[in-house]
Design a protein around this ligand. Structure first.
Ligand code: ATR
Length: 275
C-alpha cells in the first residue's frame, strides 16, 4: 500500500487525511494517508524518515512550506512562483516540490462557483505567502485587472514587481487599502491573515461592482469579518475557502496518482460536517 501524509505543526486539526481517504476510496487507490506532527526544528528529518519508510508523497502545511521549498530538489513552475511548497512527491527523479494552493483556489472559483476570471477586475488582499501562492494561477486566467492591496504597501509593490513579466493581458498593480477608494471589482479575494485575528482588512466602501463575488481563503463556522463586511458593502456572492482546501488536495492527489478525484461529493460532506 502506498503511503502519503500531511506534515505540519500543529497538525491535529488537519482535514487532509479525511479528504485524501475519501479520494482514495472513490478512485479505488491502494494508498493510506496519515498526519505527522514534526517538531519545529525537525521538518527535514521527518520528511527523510517518512521517505525512508516507503512514503511516496507529502502535503506540507504551516509552518513548513518555505522549508519544503528549500528541501525540494526540483520544483514545478507554480511552486517556483509561489516561493513555497505544499506538496512533495518522492519519485525516481528525487524530491519534487509543487504548490497546489493557487490552482485549488482558481478551480474552486471557476468550477465550483462558476466565477470566470477572464477579462474581469480582481482584487487580491494581502501580500504574504497565501497571496503569493495565488498570483500565478490567477494571472493565467487572464483577468483584465489584478490589484494587490496590502496593509504594508511596500510588500504589495514588491510582490507585483515579481510578477510583472507574466502579465501580458492583465493590468497588474499594487496599493494600500486607502488606495482602493473609488475603484470597483468583480472579485475580491481575502488572502490576508486578518480573519485569524477575527478582523477584516479596513476597506473603503463601494468596492463591489454589480454581481461581484467576495471570497475568503479562510473557512470555519459562520462568516468571517471580511465576509460580513462584504455582505454589508453589497457583494452579490460570498464564499469561504473550504472549496479551495478540497481542490488543492485534489490537485496534489492528481500529481501523485495521475488521476483527478471528483471533489464535489467530498466538499459537500465536509460542508455538512462543519455545520
Ligand atoms: P500567509 O502565509 O497566511 O499569507 P503571512 O505571510 O504572515 O501569512 O502574511 C499575512 C498577510 O496578512 C500579510 O499580507 C499581512 O499584512 P502585512 O504585510 O501588512 O503584515 C496580512 N494581515 C495580517 N493581519 C492583518 C490585519 N489584521 N489586517 C489586514 N491585513 C493583515
Amino acid at each position: 500500500m502506498d503511503r502519503y501524509a500531511v506534515i505540519g505543526h500543529p497538525i491535529a486539526h488537519s482535514k487532509s487525511p479525511q479528504i485524501h481517504a475519501a479520494f482514495a476510496r472513490q478512485t479505488a487507490q491502494d494508498m493510506c494517508y496519515e498526519a505527522i506532527l514534526a517538531p519545529l526544528d525537525g521538518f527535514a528529518a521527518a520528511v527523510r524518515a517518512f521517505r525512508a519508510a516507503g512514503g511516496r508523497g507529502m502535503n506540507v502545511t504551516v509552518p513548513f512550506k518555505l522549508e519544503a521549498f528549500a528541501l525540494a530538489e526540483r520544483r514545478t513552475p507554480r511552486a517556483q512562483a509561489a516561493g513555497a511548497v505544499n506538496t512533495l512527491a518522492f519519485d525516481a527523479g528525487g524530491l519534487l516540490g509543487d504548490n497546489t494552493d493557487g490552482a485549488g483556489l482558481v478551480r474552486d472559483l471557476t468550477a465550483n462557483h462558476g466565477c470566470a476570471l477572464r477579462g474581469r477586475r480582481v482584487l487580491l488582499l494581502g501580500a504574504g505567502g497565501a497571496a503569493r501562492g495565488a498570483l500565478l494561477p490567477l494571472l493565467a486566467e487572464g483577468p483584465a485587472v489584478l490589484t494587490i492591496a496590502n496593509r504594508t504597501v511596500a510588500k504589495a509593490e514588491s510582490l507585483a514587481a515579481t510578477f510583472l513579466p507574466s502579465t501580458a493581458e492583465t493590468q497588474l498593480s499594487a496599493c494600500g487599502f486607502d488606495g482602493l477608494a473609488g475603484q470597483h471589482f468583480d472579485l475580491v479575494i481575502n488572502a490576508t491573515a486578518a480573519s485569524l485575528a477575527d478582523q477584516a482588512p479596513p476597506l473603503p466602501p463601494g468596492l463591489y461592482a454589480e454581481e461581484a463575488f467576495a471570497y475568503d481563503m479562510m473557512y470555519g463556522r459562520g462568516d468571517t469579518p471580511f465576509i460580513a463586511a462584504a455582505r454589508a458593502d453589497g457583494a452579490a456572492r460570498l464564499a469561504d475557502g473550504l472549496g479551495m482546501l478540497v481542490e488543492q488536495a485534489a490537485e496534489s492527489f492528481a500529481l501523485w496518482r495521475g488521476l483527478r478525484p471528483d471533489s464535489t461529493a467530498v466538499l459537500a460532506a465536509l460542508r455538512r460536517q462543519l455545520g
